[in-house]
Design a protein around this ligand. Structure first.
Ligand SMILES: *[C@@H]1O[C@H](CO)[C@@H](O)[C@H](O)[C@H]1NC(C)=O
Length: 218
């Protein structure tokens, strides 16, 4: 094989790989503060006229307050930066969140279809894990300052082993990662997945299906 064709193969291989791992589309301007009043639906949000952009569009205190971990049976709460509380993230290809966990609180099995996530533990003892498409579990225990990365789209969880509240901050590779909670998607979708489908899928009885739905508030 000639050097030229070797380079061509390498180039095409890299182009394919980077193409498959594409983040949000690149912005075509310095910034595009989300215009909350625009009537249009776009991929992202339409831009406010740049001459109307303010410093306040690029700052937020949304992550200063802990979320309410008692509003759900799992004992966790995730607060995201969004176009609503930080319009300056529009088209930047990223967002952040804070994750509050009660003692032994769980951020249950879930996935983000549009983003990889890197989480740093600030407080608590966090047992984290994700499962890849061959069903292999990658798991780690994190203390304050430790970080972990969850690949895009893979099912993962965060559990607080500590008897005190825990706090973690996450960065995401999309302005709109999306979150799908596995148990809720399966058992309390709207409308509901037929019982017989769940009975077969999980090898459980009709009573089990009803019980899990009830436990999840369905
Ligand atoms: C998180 O807390 C907010 C209030 O701080 C509450 O409105 C919301 O329902 C909570 N989310 C969950 C998943 O419990």
């Amino acid at each position: 094989m000639s050097i030229g064709s070797l380079f061509l193969q390498l180039f095409l291989g890299l182009a394919l790989l980077t193409g498959l791992a594409e983040p949000d589309p690149d912005p075509l301007q310095d910034f595009c503060v989300a215009d909350a009043k625009s009537p249009f639906f776009l991929n992202g949000a339409p831009c406010l006229n740049p001459s109307l952009a303010l410093s306040s569009h690029f700052t937020t205190s949304a992550l200063t307050k802990p979320g309410n971990t008692k509003a759900n049976p799992f004992g966790y709460n995730v607060t995201y930066l969004t176009l609503a509380n930080l319009p300056g993230i529009n088209t930047m290809g990223l967002t952040m969140s804070r994750q509050d966990l009660a003692p032994n609180g769980l951020n249950p099995l879930h996935s983000h279809p549009r983003a990889s996530e890197v989480t740093i533990c600030l407080q608590g003892a966090l047992l984290v894990g994700f499962v890849d498409t061959s069903n292999r579990l990658f798991t780690q225990q994190l203390g304050p300052g430790d970080a972990f990365v969850f690949p895009r789209g893979l099912v993962h969880y965060v559990y607080n082993l500590d008897s005190r509240n825990a706090l973690a901050i996450s960065g995401f590779s999309s302005q709109n990662p999306g979150t799908q909670i596995a148990s809720r998607a399966a058992f309390v979708s709207n409308p509901l997945i037929p019982d017989e489908v769940l009975e077969k899928a999980f090898q459980i009885s009709k009573n089990d299906v009803a019980k899990i739905r009830k436990n999840l508030g369905g």
